[in-house]
Design a protein around this ligand. Structure first.
Ligand code: BV8
Length: 237
């Protein structure tokens, strides 16, 4: 990394950064939930067909958040965000709150968050930490049974894509951490960044589906590699 040219940094994280905190990834051996493929549960069609099944899937994952803690990779990224002298955008595909609980401030959750609910009656989004399966009333409009998880499902448009695209085009460095590169548009970010002149680095337990697009890659657990990389970035080498 030629540090002197790196001012604007975009970081993309995936489920792999939360794996060592004890949260299941999508495509590991546990890439199923109660025997359901994630793609079959995380869709608007599944929610229309069987809302109780989908609400239970997200209620279980929301409840699990209370049982896990951020790991050293989340903490290192929070430190980098706080101390980096240039621009830094942390985009996550994860719907957990571990980046925030490690102290990161401006996290962009492109696929939504477990700790938010979306009311289909009044279209407000509200902070949410309880279950939704029991059809609680919306705290804004008081309608019951209108709250869905504020999660971007397959076939739905990810959040803040214009902002992400502008940051990728302006990036000097794009770093992807803990993602398989299996889902678009996130899997295509490296190509946009590289096309616009950014240096690209992948940090992952194993080469991802998009490894070929990265100029540099480091394979191993995020809890070891991310703190080491942040030290290098802040030491200016
Ligand atoms: C959209 C929220 C358009 C839900 C998620 C055919 C071809 C190409 C694309 C498509 C296609 N058919 C359909 C599509 C589009 C589709 C898609 O890409 N499908 C895939 C399956 C082919 N994409 C969409 O639908 C997206 N929307 O395209 O909208 C549109 C246009 C106009 C108008 C309206 C709409 C929306 C996709 C978002 C879906 N929601 N998450 C939830 O969480 O329940 S996706 C979910 O899976 C994640 O958010 C993430 O994005 C994705 C991949 O997961 P990862 O985070 O990468 O996790 P994974 O388990 O896969 O990998 C973990 C990695 O970590 C591994 O590589 C592993 O080695 C590594 N690891 C493990 N342990 C560690 C580690 N690394 C380091 N340290 C460790 N300790």
């Amino acid at each position: 990394m030629h540090q002197r040219e790196i001012h604007n940094v975009v970081i993309l994280t995936g489920a792999g950064i939360s794996a060592e905190s004890g949260l299941a990834t999508f495509r590991g051996p546990d890439g199923l939930w109660e025997g359901h493929r994630i793609e079959d549960v995380a869709t608007p069609e599944a929610f229309a067909r069987d809302p109780d099944l989908v609400q239970a899937f997200y209620d279980a994952r929301r409840a699990r958040l209370k049982a896990v803690e951020p790991n050293s990779a989340h903490q290192a990224l929070a430190r980098l965000e706080a101390e980096w002298p240039g621009k830094l955008l942390l985009v996550t595909q994860n719907v957990d709150d571990l980046h925030e609980r490690a102290g990161a401030a401006g996290v962009l959750h492109m696929h939504g968050q477990l700790t938010s609910a979306w009311c289909l009656a009044c279209d407000h989004r509200v902070p949410w930490t309880k279950d939704l399966a029991d059809n609680p009333p919306c705290p804004v409009c008081n309608v019951s049974g209108s709250l869905r998880p504020d999660i971007v499902w397959f076939g739905e448009m990810p959040y803040q894509m214009d902002r992400i695209d502008a940051a990728l085009r302006d990036a000097d460095l794009f770093v992807s951490i803990g993602t398989s590169g299996a889902v678009y548009p996130a899997a295509g970010f490296v190509q946009t960044a590289r096309y616009c002149g950014a240096q690209t680095l992948e940090i992952n337990l194993e080469p991802s589906l998009g490894s070929v697009y990265f100029q540099k890659s480091r394979t191993g657990p995020a809890s070891a590699l991310v703190p080491a990389w942040v030290e290098e970035m802040l030491a200016g080498n």
